[in-house]
Design a protein around this ligand. Structure first.
Ligand SMILES: Cc1cc2nc3c(=O)[nH]c(=O)nc-3n(C[C@H](O)[C@H](O)[C@H](O)COP(=O)(O)OP(=O)(O)OC[C@H]3O[C@@H](n4cnc5c(N)ncnc54)[C@H](O)[C@@H]3O)c2cc1C
Length: 439
């Protein structure tokens, strides 16, 4: 057992944990961060593409420079350079079995129906305050599976497939596995623009998410222990005792639990977590995206491809044009979901999927990461299933004794985004500081 008693122990070194640790250290607290993996960053991971020297993001990547206020404050504070993904100049879609190269391949009738969908959804969104827990707002009627919500509009198959592919790219799961309310809670943060849920933000970190994370860590001066998975958290009146898988014990006056929602119940808690938090964490989040990277020859320049419901890939686009890197071909990023039979690490599989859109394409190399199989994430970005938010949003983020909680999966605003992680990390540091100040 360490003899030392820290002021704060932070469990998890993703954006949430590192923000909390840095803010606590800034308030003069002695902080130790315990991280299960051998690296920081959690569900962000900037690493080399296949066997090349070129690095890409396996996880979280883009940010909204207007809406992501907490994250932008960090970007500005550390003067972190950003770049942008290029705009598409060529389009291919396959919707209701029809291949098109039009940028917006829908009929006039579909446009009118889309407007109807936007108007009605905006009316419902006006009831949602993204900064307050969604179980306190009388919006349980919106906490329904997203595919059911969309089906209620009687849209054409073409429009349903187009919206489905775009939205799946944003939700990272089948639309039956995410609540309409989850998506609606983003819209007030995106200038109240319902269609913004189909526009991925295009800014990204020039030197990867690790650039910002490392600057935050270096600035904080906190002690970081990597490869240190935590197994149990025990609270007494004035202490928290954290046990690691290796059998070590770390003691502190308080703790920040900055874990993915799907991992919270992997730890033993004494006293147990509140029934609401334990039940919400047991339901978990259903983000199950497959994010794939492929080096491809034979694509139209700056391509955006989007596809029908049962295609292996929903969307892919040229993120690094061949003439802007030394890779010799276009590097594309694409999105699929777990239930689709696509092995993102199998070159031939990915080539077959891409050739549905561009028959002459050839794939040289592929890369990606299985976040679902990883025991320290058990999912991709947060998608709340129907019923979770209107029942458990308050319980999931509530402080329990000397334990405060942080993480993108329990954020109110920008749940599922890096922004949500940073914002909740800041709040967790404030909450724990207040508890420590009362000692
Ligand atoms: C494929 C993919 C694409 C994404 N794209 C975007 C995007 O473009 N834009 C965007 O804003 N967001 C995106 N996201 C979401 C974003 O990356 C996450 O929401 C955010 O990084 C989560 O941060 P966090 O700190 O809350 O959790 P995490 O990053 O998951 O951090 C939690 C940490 O806890 C650690 N941990 C787990 N169990 C234990 C244990 N027992 N003991 C100790 N440590 C433990 C983990 O190893 C991890 O480091 C994406 C995510 C994925 C996976």
């Amino acid at each position: 057992m360490d003899d030392e008693i820290y002021d704060a122990v932070v469990i998890g070194a993703g954006f949430a944990g590192l923000t909390a640790a840095r803010d606590l250290a800034e308030r003069g607290q002695r902080v130790v961060v315990l991280e299960a993996r051998e690296r920081i960053g959690g569900r962000t991971w900037y690493r080399r593409f296949a066997d090349t020297d070129f690095s890409i993001e396996m996880g979280g990547n883009w940010l909204d420079t207007v809406g992501n206020r907490a994250l932008m404050a960090e970007v500005e504070r550390y003067d972190v350079p950003l770049t942008m993904s290029p705009e598409a100049k060529n389009h291919v879609s396959i919707l209701d079995g029809v291949r098109s190269t039009a940028p917006c391949p829908i009929s006039r009738r579909d446009e009118i129906d889309l407007q109807r969908f936007v108007t009605e959804t905006a009316r419902q969104v006006a009831r949602v305050d993204p900064y307050r827990p969604l179980d306190t707002q009388g919006v349980a009627d919106l906490d329904v599976p997203l595919d059911e919500y969309i089906a209620g509009f009687g849209l054409s198959r073409t429009l349903t497939e187009l919206m489905g592919a775009w939205i799946r790219q944003e939700t990272g799961c089948h639309l039956s596995q995410i609540s309409a309310l989850h998506l609606m809670s983003w819209i007030p943060l995106l200038d109240d623009d319902v269609l913004a849920i189909g526009h991925t933000p295009t800014h990204r970190f020039a030197a990867g998410t690790i650039d910002l994370l490392q600057r935050m860590l270096d600035d904080s001066g906190v002690e970081l222990r990597l490869s240190t998975p935590v197994s149990a958290v025990i609270q007494s009146e004035d202490r928290v005792e954290v046990r690691t898988h290796a059998g070590n014990v770390v003691r502190a006056r308080g703790a920040v639990i900055a874990l993915p929602l799907n991992c919270i119940n992997d730890l033993a808690y004494d006293p147990p977590l509140s029934p609401g938090k334990a039940a919400g964490a047991a339901i978990g989040q259903s983000g199950a995206a497959k994010k794939l990277w492929a080096l491809v020859d034979g694509l139209p320049p700056h391509l955006l491809a989007i596809g029908e419901h049962d295609a292996p890939i929903d969307v892919f686009f040229t993120d690094y044009p061949g003439d802007e890197t030394d890779l010799g071909a276009d590097l594309v990023v694409g999105f699929s979901t777990q239930e689709r039979p696509l092995d993102i690490l199998d070159r031939e599989d990915v080539e077959t999927a891409i050739r549905r859109y561009v028959p002459e394409a050839t794939v040289r190399k592929v890369d990606g990461y299985d976040w679902l199989a990883d025991p320290y994430s058990k999912g991709t970005w947060c998608a709340s299933p129907a019923g979770l938010l209107s029942s458990y949003a308050s319980a999931l983020e509530a402080t329990e004794g000397r334990l405060v909680f942080a993480g993108s999966d329990i954020a109110h605003a920008f749940r599922g985004w890096i922004e949500g992680a940073v914002a909740t990390g800041g709040v967790a540091a404030e909450r724990l500081s207040a508890i420590l100040a009362d000692d």
